[in-house]
Design a protein around this ligand. Structure first.
Ligand SMILES: C[S@@+](CC[C@H](N)C(=O)[O-])C[C@H]1O[C@@H](n2cnc3c(N)ncnc32)[C@H](O)[C@@H]1O
Length: 742
């Protein structure tokens, strides 16, 4: 039985308790239990409960209502980042407060005994109000550092004229260069055993792009800190002050927190409005970031750090006359060039708003391309060709990336060792390395080494191949199977041949061909060093296939190309590639691709696949060649490369439209993937129908003469070249090749 007073006390306190408990279940559970127990003991107890509730309010932490405390949230932050986190909120009242509350409660009890009930209630009430006021002040105090952090980061971003998104983007790109510390972590090494046990026929397609991202993100300190600070805390901090800014209303607000039938609709409307407002802000922010994208590049030697000229003068685009004068005077110095490039990029990003009146977009573009050629040392033809591949600001990133070497990578030769063992041995020799990424289970990235990595006993014993990460990609895409008959049509010096031999576990047969006999020496040496026993070396012009040999289950054509993807390795490409070279090369590539297709056995039980790859990024050597093959050979279709990352190939480019399936091809870029520029296309070859699709044949561009005389294939079909017509191209293009694309 409870008295009417006790019942009233419960009625008065229970809803409040429920409300408060929503905020801080831990502290209030304790205090409400004390309060209620006291309440049921009589008026003195009620006083204690009132005082206790005051204390409870003072300690409640509404911000943490449904989230884990920041410090308890599992993050992958560094110790430094953890230090910077605010201390976890106290979840229970302190001894001091408990003692104080108890003494105050006893005093109230004495008053009550003397009949001064009113005084007890008054005391309790005043205490509650005082504590509420104190809590509010504390809340505001706690908000400040985060707000300050936000303000300063926003200011910083504004100062650099870059959106917050830029900070995130920079962090992402920085992380790809970042050296990971935990070389021995389980993450990277465990899958080696599985693969070594022969469980997978593919080299490393464990995971997808998300995995790759996670892999890079695991130890990423840079991105985690700022992103949390800018995105999450700011949003929540922004909301809290506006809610509690009106002190006078705080009591009412707390009453309003109770959801009743009466206020439910109003509350849900308010929530909808808040959500809509937030979405609007998000959209505005995104729009702003997109608008600023054009400004979103940085060049290392940034002299003034801001927009425009050093002296704040608006940018003036030189006239043709001024350009001539500048040339005559020996050209602008690097700083002028750099500033002008940045100004042009900025203006082209918001042309209508920023351009000088009367000047056209193409004038700015021309100036920019000329400056890029000048600044980075390209001939103007190539600078323009590469520039046009990307949006303006991204083009600068591409040219910049070509100025720095890509990471040194090695491929474990699984015919001789396991990646884990190789890594351990090399670490013992003083090599600092780690697995490349989840997309390959044989690659290792070497950060530094106290021994020459191309001359260790393990290297000489064939435990690994020094090989660019991008060179793994076509082999992964081809995925040769044990016991197959495979052709590597342009194979020297054998990086990909030996990789294929390992995937085939030294079974079946690989014909490793290269037209350049001299280069077959290094090919043979590598084959021996790596212990490949299923390889036959030959030296034919690839265009002689399938006349000399056909019926392959799979073929790799890692075609001779301009090498525009590997400029960081060979800067001579910047100046020694002319328009003629590109014409010759794409012509040769078109001839080779048809020969490769015709050398595939369309009835292969296990394969019937063909991969075309280049270490070039130009469209005419890649999508142009692939599209040509699709038109000339109706019996082939493009299939997914199986590669978990890489950009889609172009289906449209500067007025040309390619077959829609060309989007299945993949492009890789130094500035995006931190590997050499590369292109990979995978085809499935089917049996040719007896009546060839005349329409399709007719659609094909007459890039090569389709005279029926030359190169009769084993299928009694024609590859479709006219030797005499092509001779001049063949002579010019045959041995144009990239020696370093191993
Ligand atoms: C990009 S490299 C190949 C690299 C090789 N796949 C590797 O991974 O080590 C291109 C090769 O094509 C060869 N080549 C050039 N013209 C050729 C032709 N008509 N037929 C066959 N091979 C050719 C060159 O000698 C060069 O070794």
């Amino acid at each position: 039985m409870i008295s009417p007073l006790q019942a009233a006390a419960k009625q008065a306190f229970l809803p409040r308790l429920t409300n408060v408990c929503r905020w801080n279940a831990q502290s209030l559970n304790a205090i409400s239990r004390v309060g209620l127990r006291q309440a049921s003991m009589g008026p003195a107890g009620v006083s204690v409960a009132v005082l206790g509730l005051g204390l409870a309010f003072s300690r409640s932490t509404p911000v943490q209502c449904d989230a884990l405390p920041a410090a308890a949230t599992p993050t992958r932050s560094t110790p430094k980042a953890v230090d910077e986190l605010p201390p976890p909120p106290e979840s229970a009242i302190s001894l001091y407060q408990l003692g104080f509350g108890t003494v105050a409660g006893l005093c109230a009890g004495i008053f009550v005994k003397k009949g001064a009930k009113a005084a007890a209630w008054l005391l309790g009430g005043v205490f509650v109000l005082l504590q509420l006021g104190k809590r509010k002040a504390n809340d505001e105090e706690n908000e400040r550092p985060a707000k300050k952090a936000k303000d300063s980061s926003v200011k910083k971003a504004q100062k650099k004229d870059k959106p917050a998104k830029k900070v995130e983007k920079k962090a992402i790109s920085a992380k790809s260069h970042k050296k990971k510390k935990d070389v021995g972590s389980d993450d990277g090494w465990e899958d080696v055993d599985e693969d070594y046990a022969g469980g997978s026929d593919d080299e490393g397609l464990i995971g997808n792009l998300d995995d790759l991202g996670d892999d890079f993100g695991d130890d990423d300190e840079i991105i985690r800190g700022p992103v949390q600070e800018l995105t999450f805390s700011d949003d929540s901090e922004d909301e809290i002050p506006s809610k509690s800014s009106n002190d006078d209303e705080s009591d009412e607000d707390e009453d309003d927190d109770r959801i009743t039938m009466a206020n439910m609709e109003a509350r849900s409307k308010a929530l909808d409005a808040a959500a809509a407002e937030e979405a609007e802000l998000d959209a505005e922010e995104l729009q702003a970031a997109a608008n600023e994208e054009a400004d979103d590049f940085d060049m290392d030697v940034d002299s003034d750090g801001g927009e425009g000229d050093e002296d704040g003068e608006p940018f003036h685009l030189p006239t043709a006359e001024e350009r001539e004068q500048e040339k005559a005077a020996g050209g602008p110095d690097l700083q002028v060039l750099q500033r002008r490039m940045r100004d042009c990029v900025r203006i082209l990003g918001k042309f209508r708003k920023r351009a000088e009146p009367g000047r056209s977009r193409s004038e700015y573009t021309e100036q920019l391309m000329a400056d890029i050629a000048n600044y980075y040392g390209y001939n103007e033809y190539l600078a323009e060709k590469l520039f046009l591949l990307f949006p303006v600001a991204e083009a600068i990133e591409f040219f910049e990336a070509n100025e720095t070497a890509r990471p040194v990578t090695i491929r474990t030769n699984t015919l001789r060792t396991r990646r884990r063992d190789l890594a351990q041995t090399l670490i013992n020799r003083g090599v600092n390395l780690e697995p490349i990424g989840k997309w390959t289970n044989v690659g290792l990235q070497v950060f530094e080494s106290s021994v020459p990595i191309g001359a260790t006993p393990e290297y000489l014993a064939g435990h690994y191949m020094l090989q660019a990460a991008s060179s793994f990609l076509p082999v992964i895409a081809l995925s040769p199977q044990p016991n197959e008959r495979v052709l590597d049509m342009a194979s020297a010096p054998g990086g990909k041949t030996t990789h294929m031999a390992a995937l085939m576990q030294n079974t079946g047969v690989i014909f490793a061909n290269d037209a350049n006999k001299a280069r077959t020496k290094s090919l043979t040496a590598n084959i021996h060093r790596l212990g490949c026993k299923n390889v036959v070396v030959c030296s034919y012009d690839g265009r002689e296939f399938p006349k000399v040999m056909g019926g392959f289950d799979r073929i790799l054509l890692d075609a001779p190309c301009s090498g525009t993807g590997v400029i960081s390795k060979d800067s001579s490409v910047k100046v020694n590639k002319s328009e003629r070279d590109f014409t010759l090369l794409s012509h040769l590539q078109k001839q080779l691709i048809l020969c490769a297709i015709d050398s595939i056995n369309p009835d292969s039980k296990t394969g019937g696949y063909f991969v075309y790859s280049t270490c070039s990024v130009t469209v005419e050597e890649n999508e142009g060649v692939v599209d040509y093959a699709l038109k000339k050979r109706p019996n082939v279709k493009l299939v997914d490369t199986g590669l978990s990352f890489g950009r889609e190939g172009f289906t449209q480019y500067r007025g040309k439209t390619f077959h829609p399936s060309v989007n299945l091809t993949r492009r890789f870029y130094p500035h995006v993937h931190n590997m050499d520029g590369f292109f990979v296309a995978k085809f499935k070859v089917e049996r040719r129908s007896k009546v060839p699709s005349a329409q399709k044949e007719a659609e094909a561009e007459p890039a090569v003469n389709t005279a029926e005389s030359a190169n009769a294939t084993t299928n009694s079909e024609t590859v479709g070249f006219d030797d005499s017509e092509d001779q001049k191209y063949i002579e010019g293009g045959l041995f144009i090749c990239v020696q370093y694309a191993v």
